[in-house]
Design a protein. Sequence first.
Length: 371
Amino acid sequence: MYSESDLEAAVAAGALTAEQADRLRAFVAESRRSPVVDEESFRLLTGFNDIFVAIAAATLLIAVGWIGQTLPPHLDTNGPSPFAGLFVAVTAWGLAEYFTKRRRMALPSILLLIAFVGGLTMATGFGIMLAVGENRFESATPVMLTLAASAVVAGIGALLHWRRFRVPITVAAATGTVVAFIVALVASAIVPAGGPETDADAERINHILLGVVLVLGVATFLFAMWWDGSDRERTTRRSDVAFWLHLLAAPMIAHPVFALLGLTEGRVSGAGAAIVIALYILFGLVALAVDRRALLVSALAYVLYALESLFRDYGAVELSIAFTALVIGSALLLLSAFWHNARRAVVRRLPEALGERLPVVDRAPAALAAA
């Protein structure tokens, strides 16, 4: 298996010419009867050795984190030590120098990036708590400010990691730290020192935070579209970066929307179920337009719950789950089978100025003609 990043690297190294790479993409698109741009390709495995190395790396990271945990100082007798996160971050960077920089292994690179950013976050957070004093963290404000500071350090680390290794998921990780920083700052400003006094206050704060996450999710989606718009034919690493950004943005959009509708609290009526289904159809149209499936996947659990409740309310109690799975499974399989045709129909109805910023619809025929 190869990814667009592999082809890009092969062309840069002179192993393939740009024309040969285009001919290969066109051949694959024709053999699959689907344009390459619609495949939403990204590399997760180059072989079983990826899984082997990932397991070995995870084992080593757990070991060094455990060793770091035994070193003082600790927050309390058996509490966490900042050295645990620091050791994990340093080890993850060192392993990345070989398995990411030299071997270009996909799954281990993703694991090592997550371990590096997570280790920095833990080391910074626990380090601040030790420096300031644990007794000062009995209210929400210092906790949120510590999370914000940890996000800043983790974000700087992610940017340095990107400059060194260029792992596509790193941009999404850095964006996630920005999101965490903003949410933590907002929470520190609106959550009272002693916590919410009433259930109404707690609900109001929850709604504000959900609204902030939703706005940031839309901003992340637009950021992902900027990366997508710079590679409309999806032939470079920029498309892989956009993939992970869409994967980050999707739950940040889907969860607040459905949570504000009350689905996370088990409240759904017939009208509510209809709204959920209508929203899922809207998400489907957006997914077709931008040629990304992350929104559909992120909202899937909510629409399954809404449909199941709808079938149960109309008397199909014993088979409500089966009917729900049948309807959604059939719809998604049909959409997958006719994805390109459905996408062409959606994009052609959009304003021309907007369509020109979206991933191309008919890349494969053009590539074949050029070949």
